[in-house]
Structures are given as C-alpha cells and as structure tokens.
Design a protein around this ligand. Structure first.
Ligand code: GLC
Length: 471
C-alpha cells in the first residue's frame, strides 16, 4: 500500500515537474511599450501575511469552498469591483463563480466572472486587443502556459508581492512565468493530453487493455463503431479529438508527431516540421476524418469532443484532465464506464502528452491591483488548489498539494500515465512569435485534415513559412 502510494506520488511529481519544463525563454520587451499607469492600490511588497499551507478539512463539494484566509487583508478593498476572465470549460466555469462568490462574501470585494472564450486562440486575440488598448476594464486573467513571453510587458510584476507564494509551486512553472526576471503570473493548474476510453465497451468487444499503438486504436475504434452503429446508434464514433484550426490542434499534432518519431516542429533553432514520419502522422490523422472520427472533427475544440464522449457516443477521446471530473459527475451517462491511458505510439515513438496549463495574471492597466492581488493569492493558494483538484480534477502546481493523499485518490488516472513523455510546444524557441508560429502549424494541419491539400504539401508550406518567421 505504502509503496503504491509512494510510486503515485512520484508519478504526480514527475508530471508536474515536467509542466513548463521547456518553458518559453524570457523575451525582450518590444521597443515602444506604454508606461504602466500609477498603481495607487498596489500593496507594498510582502505587506500581506504568507499563505497558509494546512490542507486538512478541504471539502470535495463544489459549494463548500476553503475559507478566504486573507479576508482581513482583502477587506481594505471592500466595495471594489474586480473583473476576472475565468474558465469556460467543464466544471471550471461553475467553480470560478463559486470561488468569486465566496471571496466576495468574505471580503466585500465584488468579483465579476467573465467566462473566457473556449477557444484558446480566440482568447489570445481578445487579451491582445485589451492590452493594445490598455483597457482598464479587466483586472485578472487566466494566462496560458505558452503566453508569458508574449504578454509580459502588459502584466503586473508580482515578483516581490508573491515571493513567498511562488516558492510553494514547482520551480519550472514559476520559471516559465518569469520573463526578464519579472514574475508575471502565479501558476493555477497544470494540463497534459491523455487518452480517455470506454472501459465497458472495451470489455464488451473482447479487448483486455486499451490500445498502445495507433494501429490498435484504429482497429478497436473501427470495430466498436461498426458494432454500436449496428446496434442502432448511428451517431456513435470511434475517436474524437481537437481538429479545429486553433491552438488545441497544435497540441494534438505535437502528440501525433512525437509519438510517431516525427519530432517537435522546431528543434535547436531549426524547423523540423517537414519529415517523412511527420507526413505519415498527418496522413494518418487525415484518414480518421469521416472514418473512425466524425467529419465535423475538423472544427472540434475541447468541449465538442467532450460532449460526444460524455454523451456516450465515442469509444476514445483525446482531452485534458478537466474532462475526467466532468464525465464523472452523477448525471454523466458514462460515469464509472471510462478510464484514462497514455496516448498511443507508432514505434519507435514514445507515448506523448502535450504540456498545457494556466496561470493567473493581473493586468498592468488594472485600477484595482490591491484587490486583484488578494484575489489571486486566494485563487492560487494550496487550499484552493486542493479544492480544485478534488472537485474538478484540475492538476495542482504545488507539490504539497500533489502529494496530499485525498488529492491522489481523487485523480486515480494519473498513475496510468507514468510512461508518458511531457512534450512542450516551441514557445521557448519562438518567444513573442509563438502565436504566429502555432497559427502556421494549426492552419496547415487543418487544411490537410480537411483534405484541401495533401499532408506533404501542407507540411512543406508550413516549413517555409516557419523558416521565414523565425529567421
Ligand atoms: C488547454 C491547455 C492549454 C492549451 C489549450 C489548447 O487549455 O491547458 O495550454 O493551449 O488547451 O486548446
């Protein structure tokens, strides 16, 4: 028992330690950046007490949130209204509203939760517009793990204010969020791609284990799809994933590539996206569209895939950990009928999971920085991360939370993922150009999936465009 627990702790720590492993390099700020406005409300560095680390008594009920331990410090900002761009997928949106309500109740600070666009690329564009306009309308944002390099100059420097809190988190995620020595955001949760599968159907169709190769996945998906359709469900599909032209496709493509020995798009300053294994991997995925995957998968994002899988209409799904808690709720048709495995490989590739994850950042243009600091302090705290892990299977970024026994129990799937290599998107190599680089990548891949161009042509063009972009 003890050794099982220890090995799970180790897996969890390894996974989290890998998050942000190949982090975006600190990038130089653009030449002409506007001055940050005066910060009348900003607290002096280290002015507020250190976040407590006692994790006992944290509930797994969505309505039973941890106490606002910093309520006293926060109450000096009572009457302020904070606008927070929070989550919009899975249980995340309801959890953010519950968190905001609890914080408001105990501090008198009103928090308006704006659900982020579900599409990470759209969210990026929206934040970019806010920052270009130096909009004072939004105070706190979710920040994707790939964004600190691009947005650093617009983010409030929390290096001193959160010096103690930063020490609680995995150092490489903090490093990922640090640009030119400035801490731009506190980590909120980690993410990685994984394969969800239906345990009941696997057994029913005579398979004793989830697939470990892409060939096996295709075979099982085809068999179960044909069987379920013959039984009278014309909507049943073998495999759902994220094929729309947005950031999520870059994440899927990276997993297809790495797991089939096709590299990681860019390596050591060289564009490596166009190679025979890469062409084969993209051709394989294009072959899924309209066969084991629905035709519409070319416009699927996370929630489209989850709706199909959770509705009981797919054998396999590629998604992030949030989808586990959502599919495991009492009213989910597949509760207790699914599990998680590493994404498959084609030898000599290794099982891969793209590293994702989100931080909480405060806008430089916020007029409510003091209140925002207290909100972020509460939202990213060990207590809150434990609650988020228990309720929403959001992966903690704080080792003492990952190692908590109740948290380990709430995320049993993590122990299946020990062989997975956590691959990072090339945000280190491309810095501020990452979004453009990813756009080239996902647009080319999406065209190949649509069949409007061949995989070979799509990758040859992406190669040229990336070379022009990063030279
Ligand atoms: C998840 C990941 C994030 C990624 C996004 C793509 O939210 O955490 O890093 O960019 O998915 O859709």
């Amino acid at each position: 028992m003890r050794s099982t627990l220890m090995s799970m702790l180790l897996v969890m720590s390894m996974i989290l330690a890998a998050c942000g492993g190949a982090a975006p390099a600190p990038t130089a700020p653009p030449a002409a950046q506007p001055e940050a406005p005066a910060q009348p409300e900003a607290p002096a560095s280290g002015a507020v007490g250190v976040t407590p680390t006692d994790l006992t008594g944290i509930s797994s009920e969505i309505t039973d949130l941890p106490a606002v331990f910093n309520a006293e410090a926060a109450r000096q900002y009572a009457g302020t209204t904070l606008r927070f761009y929070g989550d919009a997928i899975g249980l995340g949106s309801d959890m953010d509203k519950a968190m905001a309500a609890k914080f408001s109740e105990e501090t008198g600070i009103n928090v308006v939760v704006l659900p982020r666009p579900q599409d990470a690329t759209e969210f990026y564009a929206q934040i970019q517009r806010f920052f270009q306009a130096q909009s004072t309308e939004t105070d706190v944002f979710m920040m994707d793990v790939i964004w600190p390099g691009a947005f650093a100059t617009h983010l409030y420097d929390v290096s001193d204010i959160f010096a103690a809190e930063a020490k609680l988190h995995y150092p490489n995620i903090v490093e990922n969020n640090t640009v030119d020595g400035k801490l731009t955001a506190l980590p909120w949760f980690g993410d990685f791609g994984m394969l969800f599968y239906r345990t009941d159907l696997l057994q029913e169709y005579g398979y004793n284990a989830p697939p470990t190769t892409w060939d096996e996945l295709e075979e099982i998906a085809k068999t179960v799809q044909e069987g379920e359709r013959a039984k009278g469900n014309p909507n049943f599909v073998g495999f759902v994933w994220q094929g729309a032209a947005y950031e999520g496709l870059t994440c899927n493509l990276l997993e297809w590539f790495y797991s089939q020995d096709a590299g990681t798009f860019l390596q050591d300053g060289t564009v490596t996206i166009n190679n025979p294994q890469a062409v084969a991997a993209l051709e394989r995925a294009a072959g899924w569209v309209g066969s084991i995957s629905p035709k519409g998968v070319v416009s699927y994002r996370e929630e489209d895939a989850r709706n199909v899988f959770q509705g009981g209409n797919a054998m396999f799904m590629r998604n992030w950990p949030y989808a586990y808690s959502a599919a495991d709720t009492d009213d989910s048709p597949i509760k207790d009928k699914f599990d998680v495995a590493p994404l498959p490989v084609t030898a000599p590739g290794q099982p891969a999971g793209t590293v994702g994850g989100w931080q909480l950042a405060i806008s430089n243009y916020s007029q409510n920085k003091g209140a925002a600091v207290e909100f972020v302090r509460y939202a990213t705290s060990p207590q809150m991360q434990k609650w988020r892990a228990l309720v929403g299977t959001f992966v903690p970024t704080i080792p003492i939370v990952s190692e908590d026994e109740e948290v380990i129990e709430a995320m049993p799937f993590l122990r299946n993922l020990s062989p997975v290599v956590r691959v990072t998107r090339p945000s280190r190599e491309t810095g501020e150009l990452y979004n453009e680089a990813s756009t080239i990548i996902f647009q080319s891949a999406n065209e190949a999936l649509l069949g409007s161009t061949s995989a070979a042509d799509a990758l040859a063009r992406a190669e040229q465009q990336l070379q022009r972009l990063i030279r």
